[in-house]
Design a protein around this ligand. Structure first.
Ligand SMILES: Nc1ncnc2c1ncn2[C@@H]1O[C@H](COP(=O)(O)OP(=O)(O)OP(=O)(O)O)[C@@H](O)[C@H]1O
Length: 216
């Protein structure tokens, strides 16, 4: 379960959002919608531990997450729009490197874990390929597998259907539903309202469900 309490962020005195309260239960899919420039990516970067919040709490499975913008650990898995795969490594290496370095998994454990994830995500044939050899949808699923390999408490996506055709969007919906059945808690930032309606148990409107303006 992720609990967000009284979270606030300003850039140079300009309050992007404040009084943000939200709870996502285990295995739930939450979509975050709202107009361009309203603060969705800023929130995602705070959740990912890449940007500091000015106040508030993030509590994942009863453990407080650091909100200083310098978090260690991989409690939140994020799939960014450009996927950030390592171009010089194969699909399997992309998925097994961090678990060995950060989670201290043995190579054997990391490989077994990667193979299971690749099978589940329909990527078995791509195991030894490099990112440049993959389609956009395949790259995205590798990014999902890489995030899941770190066994995060929550998986978050930034605009996962942007640039995808209808068939690929359906595939993303299937992957999210499959992970939901396995109990993975997921948060999705999206502009795509039909997609949000198709996958989400709960929708948070960043335009209306947080306060902004004034001072912190
Ligand atoms: N590092 C920064 N310094 C100052 N202002 C910033 C910074 N990052 C974002 N902003 C501002 O914060 C506001 C929210 O931006 P953000 O990218 O979070 O919006 P968004 O809802 O994700 O938009 P979009 O849907 O277009 O991606 C914008 O006005 C943006 O200009």
């Amino acid at each position: 379960m992720l609990e967000i309490k009284n979270l606030a962020k300003a850039f140079d005195e300009r309050v992007i959002f404040k009084d943000m309260d939200l709870t996502i239960n285990d295995g739930e899919v939450l979509s975050i919608v709202g107009p361009s420039g309203i603060g969705k990516t800023t929130f995602l970067r705070i959740l990912a531990g890449l940007l500091p919040a000015d106040r508030g709490e993030l509590i994942l499975n009863n453990e407080p997450l650091d909100i200083s913008g310098d978090r260690q650990g991989a409690q939140v898995g994020v799939i960014f729009q450009d996927f950030n795969l390592f171009p010089q490594y194969t699909v399997k290496e992309n998925i097994t490197l961090a678990p060995q370095l950060v989670k201290k998994m043995t190579k054997k454990e990391a490989n077994a874990n990667a193979e299971e994830l690749l099978n589940n995500l329909g990527l078995a044939e791509q195991t030894n390929q490099y990112p440049f050899q993959l389609s956009g949808g395949q790259k995205q699923r590798v990014a999902i597998a890489r995030a899941l390999a770190m066994k995060p408490g929550i998986l978050a996506y930034d605009e996962p259907t942007s640039g995808l055709d209808a068939g690929s969007t359906d595939r993303v919906i299937n992957v999210i539903q499959h992970l939901k059945e396995q109990g993975v808690t997921q948060l999705i930032v999206t502009h795509d309202l039909p997609f949000a309606q198709a996958v989400a148990d709960q929708t948070f409107d960043f335009g209306t469900d947080v306060s902004r303006g004034g001072s912190l």
